[in-house]
Design a protein around this ligand. Structure first.
Ligand code: ZN
Length: 213
């Protein structure tokens, strides 16, 4: 599904995460790695080319976001970027909860470990990494200030927030992260699961903080 010019959302089938492809270059999250043929078929049907993908970026270490890393890497030879504090989990499987998704753990090497404030550029976009711990220690969001887009992983959904009861989760850290997200001007929210949202993001974040506090 095309969301804006050059940003596509591919439905994470089953309990897989959403998969975003930006400028046919940057792939954000890779789902569980199930129904992979269907997903790559959808990417090709959208007129995009897998060979042009040069960055695979994970918003955090949970297996429903990283399970497809190896399959996409094999097809694209893209580099894998992930939050520095979740990188070890992605490589070892620890606290990725692959068992919960009834999957076998397939390791993927992280090529670049992302820190707060770093910029990831594609042809038309420039995303700033915002470290937003709470759902996991390393969780990150990607913010595009010019287009006012936030890719939020499992930190913020269009009607709720990510759970904090799993290993690495922390509710007060999540509240602080949501407060951090009150500063940027956001018009489009692209979450790790469920529908995307246009408008009303400030109110959403405020309501979520009030709900948690
Ligand atoms: Zn998660």
């Amino acid at each position: 599904m095309r969301i804006t010019e050059n940003i596509f959302l591919f439905d994470g089938i089953g309990s897989s995460s959403n998969i975003y492809l930006i400028d046919n270059q940057l792939l954000v999250d890779t789902g569980l790695g199930i129904s992979f043929e269907k997903i790559i078929g959808d990417i090709r049907d959208a007129g995009l080319s897998l060979e042009k993908i040069n960055i695979i970026l994970n918003t955090h270490c949970h297996y429903d976001h990283i399970g497809g890393n190896r399959l996409f890497k094999k097809l694209t030879n893209a580099e894998i970027y992930a939050p520095e504090l979740d990188a070890e989990n992605i490589e070892t499987g620890k606290d990725t909860f692959y068992e919960l998704f009834r999957s076998d753990f397939i390791s993927s090497k992280v090529d670049r470990k992302l820190k707060d404030g770093e910029i990831i550029k594609t042809e038309n976009y420039s995303f700033k990494i915002i470290h937003t711990p709470g759902h996991t220690k390393g969780s990150i969001c990607l913010y595009e200030p010019e287009k006012k887009i936030l890719i939020s992983g499992d930190t913020l959904f269009s009607d709720s927030v990510g759970r904090t009861d799993l290993a690495g989760g922390n509710e007060s850290e999540l509240i602080n992260s949501l407060k951090k997200l009150q500063k940027p001007d956001i018009e489009i929210l692209l979450p790790g699961h469920g529908n995307f949202k246009k408008g009303g993001i400030k109110e959403l974040i405020k309501n979520m903080i009030n709900f948690l506090e």
